[in-house]
Design a protein around this ligand. Structure first.
Ligand SMILES: Cc1ncc(COP(=O)(O)O)c(C=O)c1O
Length: 383
């Protein structure tokens, strides 16, 4: 009789995930503008983070530098982009990481140390949660955007206190209460860290992000973001004062012990940064208005004022069925389930992009109308 394989215990883990309707499967797709083709079927893409939909330019690859930035990977192309990103955030300096996820890990774990306290919004992204665990600071979670709770929890003793929040929350699409957060931080001398992966390049004057939108840019001490969303390129970065950047170069493991992004990507990002972003931003704003007004008219309760529009469904299985119905009818909007969002708060996270035309949105709305009729039990509400 064949002996049991040492890794057979994994099967029961997978069975448990399936039992809870939380099983995830990779699917291959080819994206082209507003559409994505999956298994030969062309679908309208309502879950891309390429919000600005900057028209693609071609990339020329000559040679990859293939090394850490502290060894031989620090291509000259970084200098220009980091200078631009620092200026974009009105900060002294900036530093590019391979991804936004790695920027959070590297920055937060470097600046927060033993004896410090981190106050983190309960809906912060997984990369912030992991980063907090990596730091030696005491981590306290405050209720989502609840300023009373934040103030109460800030009373705890600590050498340095950090308040960490997203700018626009990735799964709910709501703005963080940045104005109040900066006022509270000022009073208690807390350091403010904002992860603006979803607001950067998309909101605020010249796409300067959520702090600019609330006119509190100068009160943000450490600004972390992704280059893979609004700008539609790849990578992450931190913008802050010189000593923070210096510390990250010297202490952030996710910066030091990994290969640098290749120069063709840095040049590509620079091109996109210098492109006519304002024109794309205006298109995006028009699309957000058309889609959210249309969804409300159909009967969905939409509170989001941003390009991230969640339709909260609740039950995981219903959310999967809802997503399948959309897909069968030509619309791709992936259901989001636990652990990305809390249990029983599964949702369709619709992201609006400038790629969509008015006709695209019209046809998506027709499908949503049919879906709402079919799934009468859904809560049809959003944050
Ligand atoms: C709030 C937030 N921070 C960070 C990240 C990670 O960014 P990246 O995709 O560049 O790793 C994401 C991505 O989903 C995000 O939503």
């Amino acid at each position: 009789m064949a002996s049991k394989h040492k890794l057979n215990f994994i099967d029961s883990k997978i069975r448990e995930i399936r039992k809870n309707n939380l099983y995830r499967k990779l699917q291959y797709g080819k994206t082209q503008g507003s559409h994505i083709t999956i298994n030969g079927k062309k679908l309208l893409n309502l879950c891309s983070n390429d919000y600005l939909g900057i028209p693609t330019s071609t990339i020329q690859i000559k040679q990859l530098q293939s090394s850490s930035r502290l060894v031989s990977g620090n291509d000259e192309s970084y200098k220009k982009l980091e200078k631009s990103l620092a200026k974009h955030k009105s900060q002294q300096n900036s530093l590019i990481f391979p991804t936004g996820y790695m920027a959070n890990l590297g920055v937060i774990s470097s600046v927060a140390q033993k004896g410090d306290v981190i106050l983190s919004d309960e809906l912060n992204h997984a990369s912030i949660i992991e980063a907090c665990k990596l730091s030696d600071a005491k981590v306290t979670i405050y209720k989502h955007n609840d300023m009373d709770d934040l103030q109460k929890k800030l009373k705890v003793k600590g050498k340095n206190k950090f308040i960490i929040t997203e700018g626009i929350f990735s799964m709910d699409g709501d703005f963080s209460s940045l104005k109040q957060i900066t006022e509270i931080a000022e009073k208690s001398k807390a350091i403010t860290i904002v992860d603006d992966a979803h607001g950067d390049f998309v909101v605020g004057s010249d796409g300067k992000g959520t702090p600019n939108y609330f006119r509190v840019s100068k009160k943000i001490d450490v600004y972390i973001s992704s280059l893979s969303k609004g700008l539609g390129s790849f990578g992450g970065y931190v913008a802050s004062q010189n000593n923070v950047i210096d510390l990250c170069i010297n202490k952030s493991k996710s910066f030091i012990y990994t290969s640098a992004l290749p120069s063709f990507l840095i040049n590509y990002t620079t091109k996109r940064f210098e492109s006519n972003r304002e024109r794309q931003k205006i298109k995006l704003e028009k699309n957000i208005k058309q889609l959210s007004t249309g969804l409300k008219q159909i009967g969905f309760k939409i509170n989001s004022k941003t390009h991230i529009i969640p339709i909260i469904i609740g039950n995981e299985k219903t959310a999967m069925d809802f997503g399948k119905f959309l897909k069968d009818n030509g619309v791709f909007a992936q259901p989001i389930r636990y652990p990305t969002v809390p249990k029983n708060q599964a949702r369709l996270r619709i992201s609006v992009t400038a790629w969509l035309t008015a006709n695209d949105i019209e046809s998506a709305l027709n499908v949503f109308e049919k879906a709402l009729k079919k799934f009468r039990t859904i809560q049809s509400s959003s944050s």
